[in-house]
Design a protein around this ligand. Structure first.
Ligand code: LLP
Length: 418
């Protein structure tokens, strides 16, 4: 069970919403900090442990700075994300470039800035050599275990997934990297998304530790770091249970002693590139009820839409909803909670038991701190909304709302003939 907390008291959040206007995303800075510290502590046994925060989860420079001040790095999947990580002042050696289907210019820029390049395919070795003239001194390969592991609905089964190099390609990848001057080798995988089963993450560590042994025996190459990717889940539903960092850290430590230290494969650094479990539970989408309509079903229409949070529409994902000021009323009404897009799947919840809702109520949609605002879009010319960060000394605006002028800026009212 997980208690669905608010980042401020219900009345404070309501007053703030009235003051700044809805909708907006708001993040709980002190809670993010504590959570990040908990993760670090759980892996403090691992020398050089780092979480490269997945920028795609919450690409705001202020959040990246906050996490960087705690020693986190950045996992980037595109050139703009690399630039954002730089903008946040994250040193190159703490930037991981985990991309796929990568354009040449992105390899070039990642190489130029000295980020760690994580190759998603064996053919990318030649691409990097062609584009950058050589391979960097440090290289990582993303491993796809195929049928050996199962994935889940969001990321798919590994054998069907577009990501990573296969088991039979792995040794050749490292051999070719070595032949081409690479000095430091890393191994990465990312096999599940929003995984709440601790055993699954432990099995991922076991799989990578065993590959470290295999690569040493087959190619004589010592892997210096394994990256377990992102994918640690969060309890979106009140009856879900969060993964405990300390229990996970202890279990991976036990495996490390058995499979790495005792086999003479140490030192081996451990890293993750988690986004969701770092900021996800500490973000909230706050929105106002514009309409309550009674048709064949009862609908609550918000001033936010799936352009602000597309997870429910895209994955059928559950996001908990609190109606401010009505926390103690019974959930004795059933509603579809919708946005205003001309898309019938623009729904935050379907058949959700909630207290009776009135026009003007303020609704909080929970767990939007990762893959929330970042997955937003502009369909129906919806403008992107503001983001706020609660810190110990007050609340800061960390992204202003998009204006019509921002929106129209890329359109040419004088068409340019080519
Ligand atoms: N590293 C790589 C290579 C990834 O592809 C991802 C997410 C992460 C790290 C971060 O995963 P996290 O720890 O945040 O789960 N937008 C979806 C999930 C797609 C995830 C894609 N990759 C969602 O809203 O659930």
């Amino acid at each position: 069970m997980t208690e669905k907390r608010l980042p401020l008291s219900s009345s404070e959040l309501k007053a703030f919403a009235e003051y700044v206007g809805t909708p907006f995303h708001i993040y709980d800075g002190p809670a993010i900090r504590k959570n990040a510290e908990d993760m670090k502590k759980a892996f403090s046994w691992a020398d050089g442990f780092i979480n490269y925060f997945a920028v795609k989860a919450l690409p705001n420079v202020n959040i990246l700075r906050l996490l960087a001040s705690l020693g986190f790095g950045a996992d980037c999947s595109s050139l703009p994300e690399l630039k954002l990580a730089k903008e946040a002042g994250i040193p190159s050696e703490r930037i991981m470039f985990s991309s796929n289907d990568t354009p040449d210019e992105e390899f070039m820029e990642a190489f130029r800035m000295g980020a760690i390049i994580n190759l998603d395919d064996i053919s990318f070795i030649d691409d990097v050599i062609r584009v950058c003239g050589k391979l960097p001194e440090t290289i990582s390969f993303r491993y796809n275990p195929g049928k050996e592991r199962t994935g889940n609905a969001i990321i798919g089964n590994p054998s069907e997934a577009k990501y990573g190099v296969t088991h039979s390609q792995l040794a050749e990848c490292y051999r070719r990297a070595k032949e081409n001057g690479v000095k430091h080798f890393m191994l990465h995988t990312m096999v599940a998304s929003n995984e709440l089963n601790e055993d699954y993450i432990v099995e991922t560590a076991r799989m990578l530790f065993s590959l470290v042994d295999e690569i040493k025996r087959e190619c004589g190459i010592a892997i210096e770091q394994v990256d377990l990717g992102g994918g640690i889940g969060i309890p979106y539903r009140p009856d879900d249970t969060a993964i405990s960092f300390s229990s996970l850290g202890n279990r991976i430590h036990e495996l490390y002693v058995e499979m790495i230290e005792k086999k003479g494969l140490a030192p081996l650094r451990i890293s993750f590139e988690c986004g969701r479990c770092i900021t996800g539970p500490f973000g909230y989408l706050v929105s106002k009820v514009l309409h309550v309509c009674h048709k064949y079903k009862d609908f609550v229409g918000l001033d936010a839409s799936m352009a602000d949070l597309m997870r429910p529409a895209l994955y059928g994902a559950y996001h908990h909803i609190t109606v401010l000021g009505k926390e103690n009323k019974g959930n004795d009404h059933i509603y579809d909670v919708t946005g205003s897009l001309c898309e019938n799947n623009d729904k935050f919840a379907i058949d959700r038991p909630l207290p009776e809702i009135d026009k003007g109520d303020i609704i909080v949609i929970h767990d939007t701190g990762a893959h929330g605002h970042s997955m937003g879009f502009n369909y129906n010319a919806k403008l992107r909304h503001a983001e706020y960060l609660i810190d110990s000394d007050g609340i800061y605006m960390i992204r202003r709302a998009e204006t019509y002028d921002d929106y129209i800026r890329t359109q040419l009212s004088e068409p340019k003939k080519l």
